[in-house]
Design a protein around this ligand. Structure first.
Ligand code: NAD
Length: 497
């Protein structure tokens, strides 16, 4: 059995507990990962404390050169990384390349760290007084990441944190832990000092150790909302800076004037791509008006029936298996719940079996109509290849549905009407909006983050927001003695008047 080790400096103690890593396409266990504990974290923190000061003192241009080389290595190893990722996650290999690529783009942004880190300066803020600011790293940062983007999300975090001068400890998902380790190996190959980026595997025990460790100054989390909230509260209570992104239930609004063929094409990828296991998937479609709903449904049915489910290495498959047998069972339970609640199962993906791969964790594409906001299956995240239709009577209701939902990650509107789109983008209570763009994940030089229960904390991931999260601002007010001052006003609060 292949063993997946921590990536730390020095010997890893043999783990007391292990977690099985599946190959979701075959339904077989392909590896085991050792779950670490507080003692292992202590070892990693000790190393991080040793290497971080020198890294922070390395000028940003030199730090950027490591990022440039790392980007090149990611490109050279793209195929290998994508295949490894697909074998543990289940997404198809081409989609796995996208997972690596979207992380790589954050590394590209991090290559510009000398420019991004420049501070502010005011000459003559008072008589002979200048004020300037500098961004300094927090020290040691940690990232706790979900299974669904095992390359992209770690890179969102460590790309920005390390470029800014921090050391970083990554605790990836125990369900697909190999790619994060491979990224850390490539980072050393790119010239990073050993111990600057370490990977510790584990579950709640390791997460708690991270949240409680006094030497870890900042924690970035991405995962489901209950755990995000827990991580946020516990980390903040321990005096850390924390950002914690949670789950999602993104809506796609279809206005009566939308280009329906384009919208249906977009919905196929956005609802079913990666088996719906994306926090920016579109699992809810909201046609506005009964006529739009009927026209949409008529086009959705053949498009969904044409989807090809396959193993992750099948180049013709639209999507692959889901991540674990428990998750498959969970998704199927949600479909049954929707049915019991009165949803109309138009296309049923339960009990799906792929010929030749009967043990794989496949779920067929599912379409459920007549879903209402009162239904539990609407309120909660399903995270599978399931598209729900919620019919809205008018534009106002279409704005209200995503705005009132507990999650506020992404939303999209499909329309040809610029005014409606503008109004929608301005009014909707959701963090990321697409206008005729189904998955509006902002590019790496903007930033990513949802609202409400999709994001706890006040900074986004990557871009300048990421840089703000991983640095603290020092403000310096300086005056050089000119021999003329007598300090006579020293007892009055200084003003520049
Ligand atoms: P998850 O919450 O199960 O796990 C996330 C991380 O938390 C993992 O590293 C896991 O080991 C750890 N963890 C699990 N249980 C824990 C516990 N009880 N206490 C402390 N830590 C624990 O999430 P997942 O299933 O890996 O990922 C899917 C979820 O992530 C979905 O809800 C999805 O919407 C969300 N997600 C959100 C975003 C976003 O940016 N908002 C992006 C990707 C995924």
């Amino acid at each position: 059995m292949r063993q997946i080790d921590h990536f730390i400096v020095g010997e890893s103690p043999s783990p007391a507990r292990k977690h099985q890593v599946w190959n979701p396409s075959t339904g077989e266990v392909q590896a085991e990962v050792g779950l670490g504990d507080a003692a292992l974290l202590e070892q990693a923190v000790k190393t991080a404390k040793n290497v971080q000061p020198e890294w922070a003192a390395t000028n940003p241009q030199r730090r950027a050169r490591v990022m440039f080389r790392f980007k090149q290595l990611l490109e050279e190893n793209m195929q290998e990384l994508a295949e490894l990722l697909a074998s543990e996650h289940g997404k198809v290999v081409e989609d796995a390349k996208g997972d690596v690529q979207r992380g790589l783009e954050v590394i590209e942004f991090a290559c510009g760290i000398p420019e991004a880190l420049k501070g502010e300066y005011t000459q003559g803020a008072g008589p002979g007084i200048d004020v300037y600011s500098m961004r300094q790293p927090l020290g040691i940062g940690a990232g706790i990441t979900p299974f669904n983007f095992p390359a992209m999300i770690p890179m969102w975090m460590f790309g920005m944190a390390i470029a800014a001068g921090n050391a970083f400890i990554l605790k990836p998902s125990e369900r697909d832990p190999s790619v994060p380790v491979r990224l850390a190996e490539l980072f050393v190959e790119a010239g990073a000092p050993e111990g600057l980026l370490q990977v510790v595997h584990g579950d709640k025990e390791m997460v708690d150790a991270i949240l409680d460790h006094p030497d870890i100054a900042g924690v970035s989390f991405v995962g489901s909302s209950d755990i995000a909230h827990y991580v946020y509260e516990r980390g903040v209570a321990a005096g850390k800076r924390v950002q914690a992104m949670g789950g999602a239930k993104n809506h796609g609004i279809i206005m009566p004037d939308a280009d329906l063929d384009q919208a249906v094409g977009d919905l196929m990828g956005a609802a079913f791509g990666s088996a719906g296991e994306r926090c920016m998937a579109l699992p809810v479609v909201v046609p506005v008006g009964e006529d739009t709903a009927e026209r949409l449904k008529e086009k959705l049915i053949p498009a969904i029936n044409a989807l090809r489910v396959g193993v992750s290495t099948d180049p013709d498959a639209h999507y692959g298996p889901v991540v674990t047998p428990e998750h498959k069972a969970n998704i199927e339970r949600w479909i049954s719940t929707a049915e019991e609640e009165g949803g109309e199962i138009v296309i049923n993906g339960r009990g799906f079996s792929l010929q030749g791969h009967e043990k794989g964790f496949f779920v067929g594409p599912t379409l459920i109509d007549r879903v209402t906001p009162q239904m539990k299956s609407y309120q909660e995240e399903i995270f599978g290849p399931v598209l729900q239709i919620v019919r809205a009577k008018d534009f106002d209701e279409a704005v209200r549905l995503p705005s009132d939902h507990q999650y506020g990650n992404g939303v999209a509107i499909f329309t040809r009407n610029g005014h409606a789109a503008r109004e929608f983008a301005s009014r909707v209570n959701v963090g990321m909006v697409g206008v005729n763009v189904p998955i509006p994940v902002p590019v790496s030089y903007h930033s990513f983050g949802g609202w409400k229960r999709s994001g706890f904390g006040d900074t986004d991931q990557y871009g300048m927001e990421g840089l703000r999260f991983w640095t603290k601002v020092k403000k310096v007010t300086q005056r050089w003695p000119d021999g003329g001052g007598d300090g006579s006003n020293a007892f009055v609060i200084p003003t520049m008047g």
